[in-house]
Design a protein around this ligand. Structure first.
Ligand code: NAD
Ligand code: MG
Length: 391
């Protein structure tokens, strides 16, 4: 077996670290070609020493310089590159067979698309990239013979439960949602939610942005759109089921009455190992599920009144690509402002609704159109935030 070269975009984040944990268990099958980060020098330095990639990328130029100096002093031969263009370079470099797309938010779109256009196995954690680019991304995967494997636990579960042709007898996808930390809170209490409360997820340990998205249910909304693109289904056939234990990661409902589910402990190393090994299975380090300790599996409908971000995502997908880009951009800016204590938790859906509904109908045809819509929506969001603060 030839060793596969792996590039990890967003190596220092929650998914990046879990990916390296799985890779370290299979040194004979994989070698690390590139690691990238925004500005966390300390962590990327330690990862470079341990995994000795060919390339390390830091988006921040000063951070890249510091990293390069420290690596040279340690006698390492890692080539350090700086800037966003370098992300594209490593995502499409010939040494990389597989690319883990684990940058958070819109910043991941361009390099993830570059990986697809270079015909890589794209392991997609960065759901925002697919929400923004939709058909354009799926077309790039097909045109360039790339493989698209979902890392998001729900989509990875669905992928595991689908039939070989992806279609035969499939009625519906049932995406499970934990409901987040405020599942049982009264609507009136949500107004005073603090960033600390919002990032404390009951079942999963994740980056800050996705933790807030899980608390608003925007994460599930983005995942509905992601599922539509990944599995080629209309949104009416993607249903959200709140399941507080996060033991069932998602399900596929068939026309003969069967429902197939994938279960496991909530640990991202399972979907990561599945995508790395597919079609084989690899040891991931995740403990086997103890059903006796789990004891119960509960299900409820999402409360779209208390969590309006979920219906807003369905609405955006119905309106078209410009609206989903606006939804994503407004949400990113809203989450940033909420974490910075500039706006409240319940302002997030208000801002997203306003900016999403201002987007024009239809779907952009090029990457440039997508990026322009993203930028305009962010400007509108910042304007909304500024006015909110004045009043
Ligand atoms: P994180 O915040 O822990 O890590 C983000 C990574 O992206 C870091 O390495 C950071 O350096 C890099 N990054 C941030 N901004 C950047 C920029 N502007 N340019 C280049 N690099 C940048 O995030 P995470 O929780 O690992 O999530 C990563 C992606 O995976 C997100 O899209 C998230 O929705 C998705 N995802 C995460 C989980 C999870 O369990 N953490 C589960 C499912 C999906
Ligand atoms: Mg998920």
């Amino acid at each position: 077996m030839t060793s596969k070269g792996i590039a990890i975009l967003g190596a220092t984040g929650s998914i990046g670290v879990s990916t390296l944990d799985v890779l370290a268990r299979h040194p004979e099958r994989f070698h690390v070609v590139a690691l990238t980060a925004n500005h966390n020098v300390e962590r990327l330095y330690a990862q470079c020493l341990k995994f000795q990639p060919r390339y390390a990328v830091m988006v921040d130029a000063a951070a890249a310089e510091t990293l390069a100096k420290r690596l040279r002093a340690a006698g390492s031969e890692v080539v350090v590159l700086a800037g966003t263009a370098a992300l594209e370079t490593v995502a499409s470099c010939p040494e990389a067979d597989y690319v883990m797309a684990a940058i958070v938010g819109a910043a991941g779109l361009v390099p993830t698309l570059a990986a697809a256009r270079a015909g890589k196995r794209v392991m997609l954690a960065n759901k925002e990239a697919l929400v923004m680019s939709g058909q354009l991304f799926i077309d790039a995967v097909h045109e360039h013979g790339a493989e698209l494997l979902p890392i998001d636990s729900e989509h990875n579960a669905v992928f595991q439960c689908l039939p070989a042709d992806g279609k035969n007898g499939v009625e519906k996808i049932l995406l499970t949602a934990s409901g987040g930390p405020f599942r049982s809170w009264a609507a009136s209490d949500l107004v005073g939610v603090t960033p600390e409360q919002a990032v404390a997820h009951p079942n999963w340990s994740m980056g800050q942005k996705i933790s807030v998205d899980s608390a608003t249910l925007m994460n599930k909304g983005l995942e509905v759109i992601e599922a539509c693109w990944l599995f080629g289904l209309p949104a009416e056939r993607v249903e959200v089921v709140v399941h507080p234990q996060s033991t069932i990661h998602s399900m596929v409902s068939y026309n003969d009455g069967s429902v197939l589910a994938q279960l496991g402990n909530p640990d991202m190393r399972t979907p990561i190992a599945y995508a790395l090994g597919w079609p084989e299975r690899l040891v991931s380090g995740v403990a086997p599920l103890d059903l006796f300790a789990t004891a119960r599996l509960d299900f409820e409908r999402p409360d779209v009144g208390r969590f309006p971000c979920l219906p807003l995502a369905y609405e955006a997908h119905g309106r078209g690509g410009y609206a989903t880009i606006a939804l994503n951009a407004a949400n990113e800016e809203a989450v940033k402002a909420f974490l910075g204590r500039e706006i409240g938790f319940t302002d997030i859906p208000l801002l997203v609704r306003e900016v999403m509904r201002q987007a024009s109908a239809g779907t952009p045809m090029t990457l440039d159109d997508i990026l322009v819509q993203d930028e305009e929506s962010r400007a509108r969001s910042l304007f909304w935030i500024k006015n909110k603060k004045i009043h």
